[in-house]
Design a protein around this ligand. Structure first.
Ligand SMILES: [Fe+2]
Length: 466
C-alpha cells in the first residue's frame, strides 16, 4: 500500500497542486486549517509524513506539528513556509521536532525529495519500533518462562552475597529449611548460619578457590533445618564480580541431595561389609593351607607385607595394593593339592617329589580362576615361580610376559623364604637373601623390583616383624 501523506494549508489552490503532483505515489489527504489537520490525524492516521504550512489563521504550523508530535510521534513532520525567518525555523525545530524545513515557493522536485526522505525515515522508525516490540515481547515471554522454570525446578534458586546472606527467588526455601523466605530477605538469617559447624571449613575453602579461579563451583554440605532435621545440600554457584573485581553477587542453585546421600551411605556400608566378608574368606583360605603346612605358617603373611611395601614404593594405587595383599595371602594356596607327606618331609625332596611341589602354582590357578576378582589375581599367583630368563615354571614365561605383580611376588617370596628358618634347614639370613636377588638381578628377577626391595631393607629399615 502507498504511504499516507497529509498536507495542511489554508490555500485550497496549493492543496490541489499537491494532490495533482503526488496522487500517483502516495495516498494524499488534505486539510485547510490546523484543527482540521488534527482531526484528520485522529481519524485517518497514522500518516507517514505530515506537511504543514507555517502561517495559517487559527492554529499555526508550529502549534499543529507540536500537537501532532504528541498524537502520532512516529509521523515525520515537514514545515513549509513563505516566511523563511531564522527564528521561526528554530522554534519549529525545537517545539515540533521537525524533520525538514522548506521555503515557499518550493520547487516540486525539492518537495518530492523531501517527501521521499520523510517516508524513508518513517519506515526506519516503524521498523525499529516493531523490532523493539518483538524483542520486548520475547523478553517478557522468557521472563515468564524463567519464572515458571524457577517455580518448577526441584531446587532452590537464589542470589547470594559475600556475607553469606541470600535472596531466595521463590518460596521453596521454607519447604526446604522450615524458615520463612522473609527471614532470609531481611538478613535476620543468613544461609551460611544453617551450615553444620563441621562442614564450614571445607565449604569456605571451596568458595575461596572458586573466587580465585573465577569458575562455577559445586559444593556439598549439611544444613540444620528448623525442626532439627539435617539435610544434605548440593550447591552449584557462580560468583559475579563487579568492575573493581569485588564480589557483586553469587548466582546459584541449591539441591536437596539427602536421599542420594542416604543411598550412597547404605551402598558404602554394604560395600564395606562385602569387603570384610571377602577379606575374611581370603584369610580363611590362607589359614586352611597353614594348618596343613605348618612349616610355611606365617610365610604368606610376611611375603604379603614385603610385596605390598615394594608395590607402594613403585606407586601402586590403593586398589592395586589391595590386589597385591590378596595375591600375597593366597600365593601358595595350590600347596593344598600337594600330598602332605611331601610338604612336611624333613630334609631334601627328590626330583619326583619336587615335580609334585611345582604343581602348586597351576593348582592355585585352578582353585582361584573362577572367582570374579577385580584384576588378574589367579594369573599373577600362577606366575610367581616364573623367572625373567624363562627358567621358571610352570610355563617358562620370560620378561614382560610375566605380570608385574608376579615379578614382585617372586622377589618377596625368595627373600622371605631364604631369610626364614625352615625345619629342614636353618634360615640363611637376610644378607644371603639380598645377595641372591642382587646377583640374579636382571637374570631371574626384575631389576627395578630388586632395587626397591634392597632399598627397603638397607635404607628404610623394613623388617618382616612390622
Ligand atoms: Fe610358591
Amino acid at each position: 500500500m502507498a504511504p499516507k501523506v497529509l498536507f495542511v494549508d489554508d490555500d485550497p489552490n496549493i492543496l490541489e497542486a499537491y494532490q495533482r503532483q503526488f496522487w500517483k505515489q502516495y495516498q494524499i489527504d488534505t486539510a485547510l486549517a490546523g484543527d482540521r489537520g488534527l482531526e484528520a490525524v485522529a481519524k485517518n492516521g497514522p500518516y507517514a509524513v505530515i506537511v504543514s504550512d507555517l502561517k495559517m489563521p487559527g492554529m499555526n504550523g508550529v502549534q499543529l506539528l507540536s500537537r501532532v508530535r504528541e498524537m502520532a510521534p512516529d509521523s515525520v513532520r515537514i514545515m513549509l513556509t513563505g516566511f523563511a525567518e531564522v527564528q521561526t525555523a528554530i522554534d519549529a525545530v525545537n517545539e515540533g521536532n521537525i524533520f525538514r524545513f522548506l521555503t515557499k515557493p518550493c520547487q516540486p522536485d525539492v518537495l518530492a525529495r523531501a517527501l521521499d526522505a520523510g517516508i524513508e525515515q518513517y519506515r526506519l522508525i516503524t521498523a525499529n519500533r516493531e523490532l523493539l516490540e518483538q524483542s520486548l515481547g520475547a523478553w517478557m515471554r522468557s521472563e515468564r518462562e524463567f519464572g515458571l522454570l524457577i517455580k518448577n525446578i526441584p531446587a532452590l534458586v537464589f542470589k547470594g552475597y559475600a556475607d553469606g546472606s541470600i535472596d531466595p527467588l521463590d518460596n521453596k526455601v521454607e519447604k526446604m529449611t522450615g524458615y520463612p523466605k522473609s527471614l532470609f530477605e531481611s538478613r535476620k538469617l543468613k544461609w551460611t548460619d544453617l551450615i553444620l559447624e563441621k562442614d564450614i571449613g571445607k565449604t569456605k575453602q571451596k568458595f575461596l578457590r572458586a573466587l580465585k579461579g573465577g569458575r562455577p563451583y559445586v559444593r556439598e554440605y549439611r544444613i540444620n533445618c528448623r525442626d532439627g532435621k539435617v539435610l544434605w545440600i548440593q550447591e552449584r554457584s557462580q560468583i559475579v564480580l563487579n568492575h573493581i573485581g569485588r564480589i557483586d553477587y553469587i548466582s546459584g542453585v541449591l539441591f536437596d541431595i539427602s536421599r542420594r546421600k542416604r543411598g550412597e551411605e547404605a551402598l558404602k556400608k554394604s560395600l564395606r561389609r562385602l569387603r570384610n566378608a571377602f577379606r575374611g574368606t581370603v584369610k580363611a583360605l590362607s589359614s586352611t593351607l597353614e594348618m596343613r603346612d605348618p612349616y610355611t605358617s606365617g610365610h604368606q603373611m610376611r611375603v604379603t607385607l614385603l610385596a605390598c611395601a615394594i608395590g607402594k614404593k613403585m606407586g601402586f594405587s590403593e586398589d592395586q595394593l589391595e590386589a597385591m595383599r590378596i595375591i600375597g595371602s593366597l600365593h601358595d594356596i595350590g600347596k593344598i593339592a600337594v600330598p602332605s607327606e611331601i610338604l612336611n618331609k624333613p630334609g631334601k625332596v627328590n626330583e619326583h617329589e619336587f615335580s609334585l611341589i611345582k604343581m602348586h602354582a597351576e593348582a592355585a590357578f585352578n582353585i582361584l580362576k573362577d572367582i570374579d576378582f577385580p584384576c588378574q589375581i589367579a594369573e599373577a599367583i600362577a606366575q610367581h615361580h616364573e623367572r625373567l630368563d624363562g627358567s621358571g615354571y610352570p610355563k617358562g614365561l620370560s620378561g614382560p610376559e610375566i605380570l608385574l605383580q608376579a615379578r614382585i611376588l617372586a622377589v618377596a617370596d625368595v627373600v622371605e623364604a631364604m631369610s626364614s628358618h625352615r625345619p629342614y634347614r636353618p634360615g640363611l639370613g637376610l644378607e644371603a637373601a639380598l645377595k641372591e636377588i642382587t646377583q640374579k638381578k636382571g637374570i631371574l628377577y626384575d631389576p627395578e623390583v630388586v632395587d626397591v626391595c634392597v632399598r627397603l631393607f638397607k635404607e628404610e629399615g623394613f623388617t618382616f616383624d612390622k
